[in-house]
Design a protein around this ligand. Structure first.
Ligand code: GH3
Ligand code: MG
Length: 319
């Protein structure tokens, strides 16, 4: 079931603030013209050559690029080609701004993946209207892309995103010889909760639990996902065992502090969770499945030894 309320509101929130435009032109006068057009409604970033534009797109991706075609060094076509070839920048719409109104050139640019062509000298009203249209389309497709990776009930990431990210983070950790921590957690006696309070109350409780979990993660790269029915996963990149353990305990504590009554639980009078933490140290053997299995077995151990607690382990490294 997709409950559009929470996730969509959050998603729209994340696009709040002025959209970011990148203007790329080797002539400062042209940049000034564009700046005057857009400074009121947008955050305008500038680059005076192709290399600078590509670097900016990596560090601070804009929502749309206005790209000059003829520039010394990397020309606009080459910049567009490179942006479209890179997965992290391919979704940024590119509008070519050019004094060449040759249909062959225009076709070439559109075939490279640009969304539009605008002729110089630009008419401010026309360029503003076109930018607005393409930004609306861009935000709509961003939203759809995000919805594919969100859990409809709780608004946190879904299992599909979790599986993708844990593999990505494992590869990154292996490359950089950095640690990676994974927490799997599960609500205790949740079947009894549903039986006593009803499925609707169960859904509400899962929303509260996921919101509480989110408050424990502070780094931008940390994420919480719904792993299964009442099971959640937290990925903590570049986080050692020593740093992850207090977070695991905080998750357990924060859920207990929600004080959601659970009269039929054998752990407490409120909802609790069991937590399994697994960390791969900087250098580790095995693959991502070993990390997931370890977190899972620690979660199972927490269940077996009384629930409402944290169990944890570190992946073995061959001597
Ligand atoms: P344990 O402490 O061993 O984890 O016991 P448990 O009762 O939590 O575990 P069990 O796997 O027996 O039951 C899980 C329950 O979670 C059963 C299922 O109805 C409920 N559940 C799973 N997904 C949802 C959901 O989206 N909404 C609601 N309300 N309940 C859910
Ligand atoms: Mg459970």
């Amino acid at each position: 079931m997709i409950d559009l309320q929470t996730p969509v509101a959050e998603l729209l929130d994340s696009t709040h603030g002025k959209p970011k435009l990148l203007v790329v032109d080797d002539q400062p006068i042209n940049i000034q013209v564009m700046y005057r057009c857009f400074a009121g409604d947008y955050q305008v970033f500038m680059a005076t050559n192709g290399e600078q534009a590509l670097a900016l797109c990596k560090t601070n991706p804009p929502d749309l690029i206005l790209l000059d075609v003829v520039m010394p060094g990397l020309d606009g076509f080459e910049v567009c080609k490179q942006l479209k070839a890179d997965q992290s920048t391919s979704h940024i719409p590119v509008i070519f701004v050019t004094s060449h109104t040759d249909p062959a050139q225009e076709t070439h640019g559109l075939n490279l993946g640009a969304v539009d062509f605008i002729a110089k000298p630009v008419n401010p009203d026309v360029v503003r209207a076109r930018v607005k249209t393409h930004l609306t389309l861009k935000f709509q497709s961003d939203l759809l892309r995000k919805l594919v990776f969100l859990d409809g009930l709780t608004g946190v990431f879904n299992r599909r995103y979790f599986d993708q990210q844990i593999s990505t983070e494992w590869s990154r950790a292996s490359r950089n010889q950095s640690p990676l921590s994974l927490i799997l957690l599960d609500v205790d006696y949740f079947k009894r909760f549903n039986d006593q309070y009803g499925h609707q109350a169960g859904d509400d409780a899962l929303r509260l639990v996921s919101a509480a979990l989110k408050t424990c993660l502070r780094r931008p790269a940390d994420l919480v996902a719904r792993y299964g029915g009442e099971e959640f996963g937290c990925i903590l990149p570049d986080t050692s065992y020593e740093d992850a353990l207090p977070i695991a305990h905080e998750l357990e504590r924060k859920v207990r502090e929600l004080a959601v009554p659970h009269a039929s639980s054998s752990v407490d009078t409120v909802i609790t969770i069991s937590v399994g933490l697994a960390t791969r140290p900087g250098v580790a053997d095995g693959d991502v499945n070993a990390l997931v299995s370890l977190a899972d077995s620690q979660l199972y151990k927490a269940k077996r030894t009384g629930r409402g607690r944290v169990c944890s382990g570190v992946l073995a490294t061959m001597a």
